[in-house]
Design a binder for this molecule. Sequence first.
Ligand SMILES: [Zn+2]
Length: 266
Amino acid sequence: MTLTNVIEVLEAAYPPGRAESWDAVGLVSGDPAQEVRRVLLAVDPVAAVAEEALDWGADLIVTHHPLYLRGTTTVAATTPKGRLIRTLIKNDVALYTAHTNADVANPGVSDALARAVGLVGDLVPLKPFPDDPWRGLGRIGEVAEGMTLGEFAAQAAKGLPRTFAGLRVAGEPSRPVARVAVSGGAGDSLLATAAAAGVDVFLTADLRHHPASEFVESGGPALIDAAHWATEWPWLDSAASILHASGVTVETRVSATVTDAWTRGY
Ligand SMILES: [Zn+2]
């Protein structure tokens, strides 16, 4: 398989045209004609992931987060990102990113998150595209049977990969939960949308004190704040499955390296 073959599959599933205008998705390094046998999937393009790729002999790393979201004027080894890209190029490892285009895809990042935390039945976007009701940001689904907020949080914690911070919950643990909205990554901007959707809980990452406090005070859904990395990690399996289902003959590996920014507490 060539890198072009793999990219064609990824771009059919995650059309780059659906990425936000501020985003930086697609091929970061590599030659479209190069051969690809092993694909490592990871959330973050960081040194630990590059090391894992070299150890395993990956030809391609597919990450969710862009390496150069805000551009750059140097790839010298004087910065961490420069060192990383230099290592990848020297070792012939390609790097490809599917970010907000994977968020809004169907299935996308929030579908995988919804299933990981135990939502069942049809999943519908929390904020659908005006021209496509089945694609868009976030997902709304249901729990298998009525449960309390505390029980749902415990189920969600079990379904997500472990991180130091685990889950933080805002809301009475005895509150009943039936409908749940989820959004992988930083979901602050979807708080009002989740409230308007009338769900019982909104699970996302990177929530801040004031918006969360005001949201709960105003009688909105309960909130669950997970580690950013953990909310996006379940998508890696889904992307690997799409590669396999497409018939491209590559070996895939989902990186289990925890690259969430928060690693310890005191
Ligand atoms: Zn993210």
